[in-house]
Design a protein around this ligand. Structure first.
Ligand code: TRP
Length: 453
């Protein structure tokens, strides 16, 4: 059965793992991971990132999932249920708000990916200047706006169809496709003559390239890529049956997400090096460097099409988790029908996403700390709201709900991995301290760079 007290539930363990992995695997793994790793020295970054994933990402993911499964509620309802008549529900509210803002700009970038999928299918010209192509696209106002609308409409359609018929059915179809596309792209990248330099860049750490910023970036990336800090996994966990183990499921999701990021690195860097491009070209790597790489490789158009389709599919399975957080709250608290909630919330998010689109054209004079509007949304959520949400969640579990209660729930039923006293130390001391340091240093870093301190 797909229902429990009127609340939908995943009908299989695989359905839940794929949905959570679909949330985790997104633009963060391919677009963001590749440019960040490219800028921060490749293998050295990868090494620190893997430690952050294991030490912070994995325990936090299990924590969010267990809060959801225990309470069977949206993030706001979940915190109120565990600590009634306290202000802790505000942590959930911060999450719902983050979901709103993240999806509004995420959908804009996903729209670029869809536009590029069509461009690749209809022919990238090998003589084009891809920097101009990209800048031409994002400054063209209407085209990106229409793709943003199309992407939001798809996301709304899936969420309106429900947890099982919408989310679960979509991820069962799209996640295997995603893996197939990725494998094809790795084989293409690794078989290009000269690809060895890219593999070396990705596997030979140069620790002299490591600075404080590398750590900040690695922790920030582990939050974003695992969908942590805003209750996405609380929401997905709330549709999980009581007899499903948490620690193993979280392990699967973290493992799949990390695997995709690493494989994406193996698909991208060998190709970038084989064709003599610069891996440290920043946020434009996927949209400006890769089209040029594809244009020059044999059967490049076809692989370019596959790459941007992969990016669009990965973005869609993540976007549905962002919308579901807000929609679950509206359904639970306001009693609206799922369709009405999805359409209303999706429309408002579309509107909130208009300024980031116009930030590259009509509104380009509006900046914050030197960021354009899209980067401002990204910065405020990624650098401030998500880490803050994660930090408060740790403090809540460590000192209010108690790590022993969380551990009991996580280990019930027992899995292959079981949590012990180490979890208490991680969740109440190590992780919150690490996040606090990253939060303060990250903010200082950006503000000081802007004012030239
Ligand atoms: N994890 C996704 C990615 O890597 C993005 C994402 C989906 C997300 N849901 C989230 C990020 C919730 C933070 C919080 O692209």
């Amino acid at each position: 059965m797909g229902q429990q007290n009127g609340r939908e539930q995943w009908t299989s363990k695989l359905g839940f793992i794929l949905a959570a992995a679909g949330s985790a695997v997104g633009l963060g793994n391919i677009w963001r991971f590749s440019y960040v790793a490219g800028e921060q020295g490749g293998a050295a970054f990868l090494f620190i990132y893997l430690i952050a994933i294991a030490l912070i990402g994995y325990p936090l993911m299990a924590t969010e999932m267990v809060i959801g499964r225990k309470t069977q509620k949206n993030p706001i309802g979940a915190f109120s249920a565990l600590a009634p008549n306290t202000p802790w529900w505000l942590v959930g509210a911060l999450g719902v708000l983050s979901g709103f803002v993240i999806l509004s700009f995420y959908s804009v970038v996903a729209g670029w990916a869809m536009h590029y999928t069509v461009l690749a299918a209809t022919g990238f010209s090998s003589t084009a200047d891809y920097v101009d192509v990209f800048l031409g696209h994002i400054t063209s106002t209407w085209v990106p706006l229409i793709w943003h609308a199309i992407f939001m409409a798809l996301t709304v359609g899936i969420i309106a169809a429900g947890v099982v018929k919408g989310i679960q059915r979509t991820v069962r179809l799209l996640m295997p496709l995603l893996f197939l596309l990725l494998v094809a792209l790795v084989v293409r990248g690794l078989t290009l003559p000269g690809s060895g330099a890219g593999v070396a860049f990705f596997l030979t750490p140069d620790f002299s390239a490591v600075t404080a910023r590398t750590f900040l970036t690695a922790v920030g990336q582990s939050f974003f890529t695992l969908s942590l800090g805003m209750g996405a996994l609380i929401t997905y966990g709330s549709y999980l049956k009581q007899d499903e183990n948490i620690s193993d499921n979280a392990g699967w999701v973290v493992g799949l997400d990390t695997l995709v990021a690493v494989i994406a690195g193996f698909a991208i860097f060998p190709a970038v090096f084989a064709l003599g491009f610069d891996p440290a070209s920043g946020a434009g790597l996927a949209f400006m460097t890769l089209p040029a790489v594809f244009a020059e490789m044999p059967a490049g158009l076809f692989f370019g099409f596959m790459f941007f389709l992969l990016l669009s599919v990965a973005a869609l399975t993540s976007a549905i988790s962002l919308l579901e957080v807000v929609v679950a709250w509206v359904i639970d608290e306001k009693g609206w029908s799922r369709a009405k909630a999805a359409i209303t919330v999706g429309s408002v998010i579309f509107l909130v996403g208009i300024p980031p689109v116009l930030g590259f054209s009509t509104l380009s004079h509006i900046t914050f700390l030197g960021f354009d509007i899209l980067d401002t949304y990204d910065f405020i959520t990624g650098v401030v709201m998500l880490p803050l949400g994660g930090l408060l969640t740790c403090i809540f579990v460590g000192y209010v709900w108690r790590a022993s209660n969380a551990t009991k729930e996580i280990n019930n039923p027992r899995g292959i991995i079981n949590f012990g006293g180490w979890y208490n130390i991680l969740i109440s001391v190590v992780i919150p301290v690490a996040i606090a340091v990253v939060l303060v240093m990250g903010l200082y870093d950006v503000v000081s760079a802007h004012y030239g301190w």
